[in-house]
Design a protein around this ligand. Structure first.
Ligand code: AMP
Length: 289
């Protein structure tokens, strides 16, 4: 595995790979690697000749009150983990490699960046889209691997890639969970023992909602209501949002129809957790309460 710190070095290695006709797979991360990240790397290894993983905690996607300074970092540990997965190139740029001190250019994927998490993290997706656009221009991968855990991020980046004609395929992989259902996240290390014990209720509530939807319930307010009630009953988590939206446009739905994303964000103390499920609703049916 080659650990690369500069864009020049990265391009040198990758242009050689491209000359040989090799397929390049890319997994962008903020590090503090876990099973979710590893699932993306494993798929990239399977489908591509060269697997590039980036580790960069992007300051531009954190708000002033957010956890940029305290975001967990463990480069040594991450390097060992990436090596074990046979990652070919681990790209670990520093801030001055990514942003010059005269940096002025941003990408704003309008509308869909503003709902769901965007309501609580203004500017977040602008930071994400900007850094991913830059990384795509550095790596020029054939395939970029993303996790469904960050569902809004997926829609934002798919839109950016389509709108700006990036020549990359986006592969989205399912959310990796702990045995108790809690979505694996770098931020889970912030949770106290008690919060960790309560947090699996998020996925339990989402699963229960899925059962209701599959049984024919189509009223978004009923579904979000039952999820919220269950989270309040079984945890001290503070709900930021529970929403049913169109999975492609992220537009809020009153009645569930087509491919639906049921997404939520809940804070446990200072730790903000997100989770989601998707479901296809073919024919809305009326059911009795
Ligand atoms: P992050 O380091 O949190 O920016 O995440 C890097 C990539 O890993 C993103 O595409 C995430 O969606 C993905 N990811 C994070 N957690 C999970 C998970 N539990 N399962 C699958 N993918 C994940």
């Amino acid at each position: 595995m080659r650990v690369v710190k500069t864009i020049k070095h990265l391009r040198q290695i990758l242009s050689q790979a491209r000359l040989k006709g090799q397929r390049i797979g890319f997994v962008p991360t903020m590090g503090y690697l876990h099973e979710g990240h590893l699932s993306l790397m494993r798929r990239a290894k399977k489908e591509c000749d060269v697997c590039v993983v980036s580790i960069y905690v992007n300051p531009k996607q954190f708000g002033p009150q957010e956890d940029f300074k305290n975001y967990p970092r463990a480069v040594k540990r991450d390097t060992t983990m990436a090596k074990k997965e046979n990652v070919d190139i681990l790209f670990i740029p520093s801030d001055n490699v990514i942003y010059s001190n005269r940096y002025l250019t941003y990408i704003d994927v309008e509308k869909i960046s503003g709902g769901l998490c965007g309501q609580y993290r203004p500017g977040h997706f602008k930071g994400v889209a900007t850094v991913v656009a830059k990384l795509l221009n550095m790596v020029c991968p054939d395939i970029m691997y993303l996790g469904q855990k960050d569902a809004q991020q997926v829609v934002v980046l798919k839109t950016m890639v389509a709108d700006l004609n990036f020549s990359v395929t986006i592969r989205v992989l399912p959310t990796v969970r702990e045995k108790n259902g809690l979505a694996v996240s770098s931020r889970n290390v912030y949770l106290s023992q008690e919060q960790r014990a309560q947090a699996p209720v998020l996925y339990r509530a989402l699963k229960r909602a899925l059962v209701r939807v599959r049984a024919g319930e189509c009223r978004a307010s009923y579904i979000t209501g039952m999820i919220s009630r269950m989270i309040k009953q079984y945890s001290d988590g503070k709900i930021q949002y529970v929403e049913c939206v169109d999975a492609y446009t992220l537009e809020p739905l009153k009645m569930l129809k087509g491919k639906v994303l049921i997404a939520l964000s809940v804070t446990f103390g200072k730790t903000r957790l997100i989770d989601n499920v998707t479901v296809s609703v073919k024919k809305p049916r009326k059911i009795q309460d």
